[in-house]
Design a binder for this molecule. Sequence first.
Ligand code: SF4
Ligand code: SF4
Length: 279
Amino acid sequence: MYGTGLAKGLMLTLRHFVESYVDDVRYGFRKYHHSTDNFGIRQGTKTKGVITVQYPDEKVAVPERFRFVPFLIVEDEDHPTRAGKDWCTSCGICAKVCPPQCIWIVRGNDPNTGRPVPEPEAFFIDIDICMNCGFCAEYCPFDAIKMDHDYELASYDRTTHHIHDKERLSKPNSYWRGIAPTRAYEEMLVRGTWEHKDAAKEARRGAASSRASAPRPAAERPAAPQAEVASEASASGETAAPAPAAEGATPWTEDDAKREERRRKALERKARRAAKRGQ
Ligand code: SF4
Ligand code: SF4
């Protein structure tokens, strides 16, 4: 029948109109209750009707996956060993994958040796060119660049305010964990640590060397140098037991075990291939 669609559309508009006022009454009184975030509640999925956001006094909360211009993660100021240090290693991958090419990175150099160091000396993003695609954050192998939630970046001066330098881009790790707790947790699971990959590696290395250099109990120490043990054993006709690891040597770790396992499998594969070729 002609006009059915029109009537349905009008009914929908009428429903929204009525529901808006019903919701106003339902939530309106909470507005005067200071312990209740009326606007936050009103934005929920159960809200019906249409509301007017009184921006900038009221702001719509953004979802966790919301992305605006990128920022760089630095360690928190209270980090025990790397306070304020960049997570970025200036590998340049983000600058390469950025579709509109709005990232510039200057790699840092060691002032004494002149050799490059894995941290950026300068980092710029032109936020007027950035299209908020998030590629840089997706491709960064060190989880060092993230998409921000701060969208209030308008200003009258493009040259000084819209080209973000390293200082402006840097935000502490705790900020990222605050705005995207689920994402930060997922990344932690993949990385295997809340720390930056390099920091975790350094910590493992430090723990290994302190274990190696720590004085061992007398029972664990070799009674005599290996050569002496071997000569004594040959004199007595016994087979000498393998000598304990030398003092200061890197102890056997799980990583070494995995590496050894991989090496063994690779040798087996090689042997199988050689046997096939010989058939
Ligand atoms: S932000 Fe990530 S991808 Fe970009 S240079 Fe730094 S470490 Fe590399
Ligand atoms: S969000 Fe996209 S456009 Fe913006 S800097 Fe990252 S890769 Fe480039």
